[in-house]
Design a protein around this ligand. Sequence first.
Ligand code: GLY
Length: 423
Amino acid sequence: MRILVIGSGGREHAIGVALSRSAHAPELFFGPGNGGTAALGTNLKLDLDDPARIAHWARQYEMDLVVVGPELPLVNGIVNILGVYGIPTFGPTAAGAEIEGSKWFAKEFMQRHGIPTGSAQAFENETEAAAYIETSGAPIVVKADGLAAGKGVTVARDTMTAHNAVRACLEGEFGVAGSLVVVEEFLEGPECSLLAFTDGTTVAPMVPARDHKRALDGDEGPNTGGMGVYAPVPDVDAATRDAMIDIMKRTVAGLAADGVTYRGVLYGGFVLTSEGPKVLEYNARFGDPETQVVLPLLQTDLVDVMRATVEGTLAEVELTWSGDAAVSVVLASEGYPGGYEIGRPISGIAQAEAIDGVTVYHAGTALEEDGTLVTHGGRVLNVTAVAPTLAEARERAYEAVGKISFEGMQYRTDIARAAAGEA
Ligand code: GLY
């Protein structure tokens, strides 16, 4: 069996590790992959902007399954194109991925289907947006409608910040993604990510996870792609989890009612408000770094789960979870999420992975011609530990972090601290 995983981050490395544990022993290919995926299979120089070429390649080399990691190719319809070539592909079609590709599409969808979320309005005009902001007051959230690589969201604590964010969007800071701007209610409460496999009918939820989006300890500093994550989330009780699962099921049913058979991973980004969980956003894919803590807890063969998702037979597969906890700490380049240098040699990964339960997923690494592993991105490594409790997982993860070094390495020291019961 041959599987191609599209993408190059820690998420794709974690998917690759989970697939490599399958009883089907698949031969793995990564496009383009990273320094970590090179140890699991073959990295290919694929151009993600050219899905037809990827489809030709996948047919020529007889891929049994293609797994799409990132949102951009999904929103651009890679699953539709691979489908035309008859290649089984894990991920939603463009119509399904729009739930992530357009914030306003997602809001309208939720409003139409009675799915709990914050109130919102979309604007192409600064004056109208300004009037709405003045009426609503702060705090308030301003979002570029389209994909902006995680940078198009401003949580405005005062109305002036909100007005400036609207202007920046409409004046082109995020290109065409910001030509429509969504202004929405600020939801108060802790966040929680719930990912689910779905074949368009059956929804199979994963273990809830919590990302740490700010760069610095204590949730200070600028927003990032995520600096660490843990699963499960102790403050999510059974009733809250059930409420989130119910929303996920209603989402998939709502899409089906709108004529979209959504297959792949649906990611619900929730805020746990005093009125119950509300949807902050949807993503049409595995979360990054959530995947790095969720998939290590999955005991069911991931190949079977993915094939059933693609074939529409997910009801026949039972997902089982280990019952352990997982913590992942992101090691980032100096300067991230701003500008950073690449090409800095990395050491200590083998020593880190010698610790029981530890796996180091590569997010932004590359192998030089002489085999030296170097930094190649803002987020470089995801040091992940699995253990019976969050406290033990956290301890092991940070022990492993202590073994790794590269020039300018930065990381948060408080990932999962409160959840593990530490002050
Ligand atoms: N963890 C946030 C995301 O995957 O978008």
